[in-house]
Ligand binder design. Structure first.
Ligand code: ADP
Length: 568
């Protein structure tokens, strides 16, 4: 039952002594308390956020062995090695062990000396192992990657379906009646998967904890557009100078976006499953080592990407679900630096998504599941449509974008307004744009506040041929050569409108900084109020609102537009 004698302070002390971590991460303390408390628990936290501690720390505090079902042998091995290194006696049982080693693990488990016993799910098909379960004193029955029990999850494992019955065979170490408490852990937080986990693992009135899904350094925004031309007006400004991923729905649009960017002077490559293996490897490697900064891709790209410094993720079309969206934008800003996620929202893209759901394709799980009856196929398609409707709601909402996503995932720590998304702060500039403004202001300052905008732009672009010698050697000379001069002119205009820069009212029209402009340049003014230029990096919020119609009529007009295109 519950560990009443352990106060929060004791738990923290145990965290420090056993695991060497000074503090809990967000959500961990609540999960540890819930698991110690003795109720069934479903804990949902993103991958890498430290879920395992949620059962490892209770395991060292509770009498008996904590049984951990885990589907990946390599991960299991790493965890067991790490635990033993920390002096927490643990073993793993899986098919890669020799018969002798397996016997050895079983006897160690029977002797009761193990704090944690990791088990691969296929072990539960073995009668010998099921008999052993009845002999163990089990503190907690932990199911890691619990979404594997659900067919809605991306990684269904039939063996997980045995776990509910297997847990019932275990004896709880606290000598209470019934089975030991089950603690299920997953990073997949969608409502369907959560419901499946609770039902199929047989969790009894579980405490459900969802935490850690917020990525506060990612600025979220939705830009409403009418067609591909609108998207292309915005795209170069969203990726230029950044390390960026552009996700499109089909191979053709991936190719078109990449070609358009190249034509706009932004080196970008396409990545999708239709390319030759060598080409895909080349693009992936170039992005990984940093020689290629912008990739346009289908969702095939990203799994193996290990670059923590992606500045921007742009969705060139609406994704199929909120979970896909969040996973894809989650590739931005993993180093904790500010990053931006922009969804270019054209209702017409919904038809492509609907087509992808309804057309038979090999890569969908239900097309590879032989013998599935048509009613089941229809049910699964309906689920995909439901997910699509939820992401349309996200795109259409005027509420806080961050809160909308977090509430979808059931993260109860979500605030109503985040003050750092396109809906809480319409027209706000992102981190890259803020830096751009600072660099322009620095350029004006370094040039001695004695030159007009054409020379300042030429200096920042590194176009030194016609410049006075003093401007050719500044630390800001060529600093923004990856931008276009149009973009820089527009930002200078915006800086003038925001009263960061003034123009002399003599014939020279020289630029100089105002006091607020100097503060911004020095990074001392955090609440920078500047309107993003109406062309260039982004359309203005106003234009966004003008093209926005209430959901139904938007859908209708897009449908008509789509129909007329198909007729042609
Ligand atoms: P996952 O959520 O994917 O299961 P892990 O449990 O493997 O993630 O944890 C990811 C990493 O975070 C590990 O290296 C772990 O040691 C570290 N970690 C977990 N909790 C803390 C903490 N409270 N303080 C510092 N590091 C932690």
């Amino acid at each position: 039952m519950s560990i009443m004698c352990d106060s929060t302070g004791d738990v923290l002390k145990r965290l420090r002594t056993h695991f060497g971590h000074q503090e809990f991460r967000q959500g961990q303390a609540q999960i540890v308390a819930a698991v110690l408390g003795g109720r069934d628990v479903l804990a949902v936290m993103p991958t890498g956020s430290g879920k395992s501690l949620g059962y490892q720390l209770p395991a060292v505090m509770l009498p008996g062995t904590t049984l951990v079902v885990s589907p990946l042998i390599s991960l299991m091995k790493d965890q067991v090695d790490e635990l033993n290194r920390r002096g927490i006696h643990s073993r793993a049982l899986h098919s890669m062990l020799s018969v002798d080693s397996r016997h050895e693990v079983l006897s160690a488990a029977r002797a009761g000396g193990l704090r944690l016993l990791y088990v691969a799910p296929e072990r539960f098909a073995s009668d010998q192992f099921l008999r052993l379960l009845g002999e163990l004193e089990v503190a907690r029955f932990v199911v890691d990657e619990a979404h594997c029990v659900s067919e809605w999850g991306h990684d269904f494992r039939p063996d997980y379906r045995r776990l509910c019955a297997a847990a019932a065979l275990c004896r709880p170490s606290d000598r209470a009646s019934g089975r030991p408490p089950i603690a299920a852990f997953t990073a997949t937080a969608t409502p369907e998967v959560r419901d499946d986990v609770i039902a199929l693992l047989g969790l009894s009135e579980p405490q459900v904890l969802v935490a850690g899904f917020d990525r506060p350094n990612i600025y979220l925004r939705v830009e409403r557009v009418d067609d591909e031309d609108d998207k292309n007006d915005l795209l170069p400004g969203l990726v230029r100078g950044r390390r960026a991923l552009v996700y499109a729905a089909t191979r053709k649009t991936v190719e078109r976006a990449a070609t358009f960017l190249q034509a706009s002077g932004v080196p970008a490559a396409a990545y999708h499953a239709g390319l030759k293996d060598e080409e895909r490897t080349r693009v992936q490697d170039a992005f990984t080592v940093g020689s290629l900064r912008v990739v346009c891709a289908t969702n095939a790209f990203g799994m193996g990407i290990d670059r923590p410094d992606v500045d921007a993720v742009i969705h060139y079309a609406i994704p199929g679900s909120v979970e896909a969206y969040y996973q894809e934008i989650g590739r931005a800003g993993r180093d904790g630096r500010p990053a931006a996620a922009t969804l270019l929202w054209d209702y017409e893209d919904v038809f492509t998504r609907q087509f992808l759901i309804d057309s038979p394709r090999r890569d969908k799980p239900w097309h590879s599941t032989a013998g599935l009856d048509p009613a089941e196929v229809a049910r699964r398609k309906e689920l995909e449509h439901r997910k699509l409707r939820r992401v349309i709601e996200y795109a259409d909402t005027s509420a806080c974008l961050r809160a909308t996503i977090l509430q979808y995932f059931g993260d109860t720590t979500a605030r109503e307004r985040c003050d750092s998304c396109g809906n809480c702060r319409p027209g706000a500039i992102d981190a890259y744009e803020r830096e751009l403004v600072r660099k322009i202001l620095s350029g004006i300052a370094r040039a001695g506040e004695r030159y007009g905008r054409h020379r300042i732009v030429a200096m920042l672009m590194g176009e030194t041929r016609e410049l006075p010698p003093a401007l050719t050697r500044l630390s800001t000379t060529g600093l923004l050569r990856h931008e276009t001069s149009d973009v820089l002119h527009e930002w200078i205009e915006a800086a003038i409108s925001a009263a960061l820069v003034v123009v002399s009212n003599d014939q020279y029209r020289t630029l100089s900084l105002t006091e607020p402009g100097r503060e911004v340049m020095l990074g001392r003014m955090h609440d920078l109020q500047i309107r993003r230029p109406s062309r260039g990096p982004m359309v203005s919020a106003l234009r966004g609102y003008r093209t926005y119609h209430p959901h139904a009529s938007r859908a209708e007009s897009a449908r008509r537009k789509h129909a007329s295109r198909v007729d042609r």
